[in-house]
Design a protein. Structure first.
Length: 358
């Protein structure tokens, strides 16, 4: 665990500084048409504001494809969206198929050269789309990833900042390991349809790179904001779901561990993904080792009590952090159990506070 969370970041910082990949070659002639694909699984109250947010991006030829994932769109809303003409198109699915499949259904009718995939719960900052698609002018860049900022202060916010820091440096050294779900882009011609249970923002960009060559490039200037999940339980449920979908895709991503053909990517994938997914097991081994060294049991009991207090009465930062760490370990264990049981998750309902109907 020390290497995964401390040693690897330090090593990555050194490697990114000492052996950087060449920066993307930008071109003023690269002005692709763009299709923004938004999948709606229940956040109908956000549809109009989110579509307006996407259309307000400072990019020339831009269309929005709204995929209603088994959720009906009211006639009034549909009529108002129709006022945008062919810049907004609605794809109505009869039943929920999940974000990954819904995105593929939307992409099937996309007309843009560049595809920007996002969530309805997120919102683009000004200039995000233009910054996101600009590096795709370089054929060595197979996909781009923006950064997600949570509108709230919590341990998850700090963890997100840490992840963004890693993604930036991995982008320089090896290429980023996947993309940020609410804001990433690929070329329409290179889009790879995925199984419904696959984690699209992790698997899709990496698979495009493996199939077509190139790397995933992080674009810090492309920012999306999103509210935190409504409750700690919802956050941990989302973590468990994401872990199950990532672990189930591991066989597809095994080429990322090819140390002969892709040594940089293999180092990053092993250190950032594999070790992180196994951190719960390493934590149990560490606790067992400490107990074997005579660590007083009451110290572990105090740590557990602090974590429980953080879950029951949030607001105290030490307790909140302890609860967050405990919850992360529990969600990872749950994901492994789900994977062994053969659970595959394709569809789910939104959990963000702003998405919950009154």
């Amino acid at each position: 665990m020390g290497y995964a969370y401390l040693g690897y970041p330090a090593l990555l910082r050194f490697l990114a500084w000492s052996f950087p990949l060449p920066p993307p070659r930008l071109s003023p002639d690269w002005q692709p048409s763009v299709s923004v694909v938004l999948a709606c699984a229940g956040e109908t109250g956000l549809v109009e504001s989110r579509v307006a947010n996407a259309l307000a991006q400072t990019h020339g030829a831009l269309e929005v494809i709204l995929v209603m994932d088994g959720v009906p769109l009211g006639p009034d809303v549909r009529a108002r969206l129709g006022e945008h003409g062919d810049r907004v198109r609605v794809v109505q699915l009869a039943s929920s198929v999940g974000k990954t499949e819904a995105q593929s259904r939307g992409v099937a009718g996309a007309r843009g050269e560049g595809l920007v995939c996002s969530d309805l719960s997120a919102a683009f900052e000004p200039g995000a789309v233009a910054a996101l698609v600009a590096p795709l002018a370089d054929r060595e860049v197979s996909a781009t990833s923006g950064e997600l900022v949570y509108s709230g202060c919590a341990p998850e916010t700090l963890y997100r900042r840490f992840e963004c820091w890693l993604k930036r440096h991995e982008s320089v050294f090896s290429g980023a390991l996947g993309a940020t779900g609410p804001i990433y882009a690929v070329r329409r011609s290179q889009y790879v349809p995925l199984p419904p249970h696959a984690l699209s923002d992790l698997v899709g960009p990496l698979v495009v790179g493996l199939f077509h060559g190139g790397r995933v490039h992080c674009v810090p200037e492309a920012v999306a904001t999103e509210p935190l999940p409504s409750t700690p339980g919802a956050l941990l449920g989302a973590k468990r779901r994401i872990a199950v979908r990532a672990l189930s895709a591991l066989p597809t991503l095994m080429p990322c561990l090819d140390v002969v053909r892709r040594p940089r990517l293999a180092l990053a994938f092993f250190s950032h993904k594999l070790l992180r997914w196994a951190s719960w097991l390493m934590a149990l081994m560490a606790v067992a080792g400490l107990l074997g060294m005579g660590l007083p049991g009451w110290l572990l009991g105090v740590a557990l009590v602090v974590a429980v207090v953080g879950r029951v009465r949030p607001g105290c930062w030490p307790a909140d952090v302890a609860a967050y760490v405990m919850g992360m370990a529990i969600s990872q264990v749950g994901a492994v159990v789900d994977l062994i049981r053969g659970v595959r998750i394709a569809a789910w309902k939104p959990t963000h506070r702003e998405n919950i109907p009154p």
